[in-house]
Each structure stands twice: as C-alpha cells, then as structure tokens.
Design a protein around this ligand. Structure first.
Ligand SMILES: O=C(O)CCC(=O)C(=O)O
Ligand SMILES: [Fe+2]
Length: 493
C-alpha cells in the first residue's frame, strides 16, 4: 500500500506550483533507483543515457514498469488530465556535485500537444544546493529542495492557455548530497491548462503574509547562518538564502517592498547580487536607500571628521624618505602601524619598527599600487570588539594577543565576553557605526591603560556569530528585530 502522503501545498500564485511530501513511497524510490539509478543500471536495462553539466539523463518508458505507471497515474489523477503522448516517459536525471540546470521555460510542443505541466519526483536528499528554483515566481521567488519522495508539480501554461513566464525555473548547483529525479512532462491539448489542482491553499497565504529575511550567501561561515536562521525562526520570520554563485541576473529583479535583506558575504559577487535585490522599500542595514551602492572610507578619515577618537594617522602615499621621516615624527615616533585596506583577521596590518622597515615596505607598496594608512602605535591597550545594531551595542568581546605578535584575535573563552566595555566606549562604537551610515557594525576599539580609547575601524558586514555562540549575546535576534521594526516604520523607503 502507498502510505498517505501529506497534503498538497500551493507555493506560489504564479506559476501554479505545488509541492507534496511523501508522494512516492520509500519502496517506489528504492525500486526506481535500483532499476535506473545510475549509468550502470541504465546500461544493464539497455536504456541509452547522456551525460553533461545537467547530469546523467535517460528516458524511461512508463508502460514497461508498473511502478513508473503507478506514479504517472497518480500525477495524472492530481492534475485531472493525462499525458496524450503515445509512449510517455519519465526523464531520469542524476546530478553530480557541481552540476546545475540553467534557467528555462518548459515550453514544448509535440504533435499538437503542449507541455502543459511538469512533475518532478525527487529520489534523494540534496544536503546543500540542488533546489529547483523559480526566480520569477510571484509574490516572490520560490525554491523547492530535493527531498526524497517529494513531488514538485507546476503548470507551464496559464489557465487561458498562454505560456506562463513566471514558470521559469532552474536547478541550483548541487553542492552536497545527492540529487536524482524522475520528471514527468505532461503533454496535452492546451485546453488542459484550465484544470485546477486541489490543494491546501492556507500555508502559502500564511507564508506570503509573514516577513521575509533574504540572506545573500557566498561562503559565509556556517555559524553566521545558524545564528541568523535561529533568530528568524524564533520570530516567525521566513529565512531565505540566495547563493551569489547561483544567481541569474537575467531572471531576478528587486525584492518586494518590506523584505529584509542582509549580505553577510564579502565577495564582489555577493555585493552585486545584493545591489540587484535591493529596491524601493527593501529594508537593509544601510541608513540611505541606495546605501548598497556606496563605498565610503577610509574609516579613520570619516570618523575623525565626525569628532570620534581615532589613533593619529596619515596616508602612506610616498617613498620619499624625507617625507616618511616627518610622518614618523608626526605619528609620535616608532613603532608605527601600517594598514592596507581589504584584509580581514589582522591580515594587511603591519607593525613597522624601524625606518629601514618603513622605507623598504613603502617602496613595495608604491610599486604594487597600494596606499596604506600609517598610524600611531598604541601600546599596552585592550582591544574591544563591539557589535552595534542600530543605536545599541548588542554584543562585545575582548581580543587577546599571542606571544610574538602585536595583532589581536578573539578567543573561545567565555570570560572575554562577560564584562561590557566602559560606557564611553559603547557610545563611541554606536557613533562610529552611525558615522559610516550603517546600522550594523563590528567596531574595533583600543582602550589604553590611561583610560583613553581609540576607534580603529567599523567592519560592515562583520563576523558576529561568536558573540552569540560563545558569549550568549542575542546578536541575531537584535539584528532581525531591528530590521522588522524598520520595515514596520516603512523604513526601507
Ligand atoms: O532538476 C530540476 O530541478 C529541474 C529540471 C528541469 O527543469 C527539467 O528537466 O526540465
Ligand atoms: Fe525544466
């Protein structure tokens, strides 16, 4: 017997897209995989197959196999019409890691019959990637993950017979796990598109009504994603992820107004995707509506102009030794710090202890076309990292130094996450974030033994997960709450 599958759910208004869990039983899936699941099995059955970047595929005649015939009959029963081809087939497909299927419409005609509906039955679980993705779905893009036994079913035509452009779809790149499918292409006279599928409409409406948080990912640490997902789940916010490497710029426009958008990834690809997704009313951590297009800085210059305490600094623009000597005097003497833009985790921050070191390093910087910032070295300082969301510091920790290095790093010792920095440091961190026109910042502050403090930089985006995972500070919750409140105020503009 076939166990009762879960209700059919409608996922989008356009295309008419439905999903049902447990549509194929474990036994059916086992049978299909054993009979046709790879090249060897297909070859044994005398079935021709092809292999390319969309995986290994083969046409499986439906009538020859009672299991396939039963699955096809159930799909036709859901649709209320049958495939009118003389010899209907399932298309088997197995994607290898790295395989994808580019965006397309299933728009075909055979004889007089149109490809009215497509039904995919997933035979395996894809752990990461491999979703069937509908970038033009309305009211918002939808992704169906490959999960064993699941059915995805959609109409390629509208009820009036016209081709539904919202049915554009692709397979996202399979990154981890397995993706094997059988797809039933249901050809019929175009009038069949009038058919209605009986589905539980409620979940799609509820989801459409709830707030969406779209996260642009490109190799972001798993911990960051976990913290964001957890915060969304706790607030009933729908978490969605866009992989920059799978993004198709022909298919996507800005997100609908009121959508929350955040890009924890720092790659250029992720920046461009965020720009494409941002539009009127989309809510981000930028104070300005077009903030995603701006790059300002360097931090020391902007912060200094706003009256925020920064270490004394000057541009490393020259190899002229006379000028460089004056720079060193101006910075209070050796050692000094040389900082190149773009690094993270302390990479690109150099301590210069001698004029010989300065001259030789500057010759190299100039020849490489780089212009570092030179700044005063603050000895015996405590390095604080403050995570600012909006007008508050919501997470903090103290960095430590290792022997034989001057740079600092975070630790996994909860003690470093307990005592908040002094109130004036918290105030500087908030002011520094605001000065850079963002509402999220990982602010580095040095506190000298004298009590004076200096803001080094504001990282945006920044790594914040450890404040949650080691320190227990609910940084993710503060981030989502901030964006939701901003959306409610109509703050995305
Ligand atoms: O494998 C998928 O998710 C989509 C496949 C597809 O669109 C097709 O075979 O036409
Ligand atoms: Fe397709």
């Amino acid at each position: 017997m076939h166990p009762a599958p879960s209700p059919m759910r409608r996922l989008s208004e356009a295309p008419r897209l439905y999903v049902q869990e447990g549509f194929a039983s474990d036994e059916e899936v086992r049978h299909v995989l054993a009979s046709y699941g790879d090249r060897d099995a297909l070859t044994r059955r005398g079935l021709p197959w092809q292999a390319n970047e969309t995986g290994v595929s083969s046409e499986l005649p439906v009538e020859a196999d009672p299991v396939l015939a039963a699955i096809a009959a159930r799909i036709e029963a859901v649709l209320g019409f049958s495939c009118t081809l003389e010899e209907p087939t399932f298309r088997f497909r197995r994607y290898a890691r790295g395989d994808a299927h580019p965006p397309h419409l299933d728009e075909y005609t055979i004889g007089g019959a149109r490809l009215v509906a497509t039904a995919i039955v997933y035979l395996t679980d894809a752990a990461v990637g491999g979703e069937t993705f509908f970038p033009r779905a309305e009211p918002h893009p939808r992704a169906v993950a490959a999960q064993k036994g699941r059915l995805a079913l959609w109409f390629n035509h509208r009820a009036d017979g016209s081709v539904d452009r919202a049915a554009l779809h692709q397979s996202n790149t399979l990154r981890e796990g397995e993706k094997a499918t059988i797809t039933y292409f249901v050809y019929a006279p175009v009038e069949a598109a009038r058919a209605g599928v009986v589905a539980d409409e409620a979940p799609a409406r509820e989801e459409a009504a709830s707030r969406r948080f779209v996260c642009v990912n490109d190799g972001v640490p798993e911990a960051t994603i976990r913290v964001l997902r957890e915060a969304c789940a706790a607030r009933g916010v729908v978490y969605e992820e866009v992989q920059a490497a799978d993004f198709d710029f022909t298919a996507a426009g800005p997100l609908p107004p009121g959508t929350l958008l955040f890009r924890p990834a720092v790659s250029t690809a992720a920046v461009r995707v965020e720009q494409a997704l941002c539009g009127p009313g989309v809510v981000t951590f930028h104070r300005e509506a077009d903030g995603v297009f701006r790059e300002i800085g360097p931090d020391c210059a902007v912060l200094e102009r706003r009256g925020i305490s920064v270490p004394r600094w000057i541009w490393g623009n020259t190899t002229n030794r006379g000028i460089l000597r004056r720079y060193v005097d101006d910075l209070g003497g050796l050692p000094i710090v040389m900082k190149f833009a773009g690094g993270s985790g302390g990479v690109g921050v150099l301590r210069i202890d001698s004029l010989a070191g300065l001259f030789s390093t500057m010759d190299h910087a100039r020849a490489s076309g780089r212009m570092p910032v030179l700044s005063a070295y603050i000895p015996d300082a405590t390095h604080h990292r403050c995570i600012v969301v909006g007008d508050r510091v919501v997470g903090f920790w103290r960095n430590r130094t290792d022997e034989d290095d001057f740079r600092t790093h975070a630790t996994d010792d909860p003690a470093d996450y307990q005592a908040p920095p002094a109130p004036e440091i918290l105030a500087s961190a908030v002011a520094a974030t605001a000065a850079l026109d963002v509402e999220l910042g990982g602010v580095d502050v040095l506190e000298h033994a004298s009590g004076r403090h200096y803001v080094l930089e504001v990282n945006f985006p920044c790594y914040f997960a450890r404040a949650r995972l080691v320190g227990g500070h609910d940084v993710g919750g503060a981030m989502i709450d901030w964006l939701v409140r901003k959306a409610e105020r109509g703050g995305g503009r």
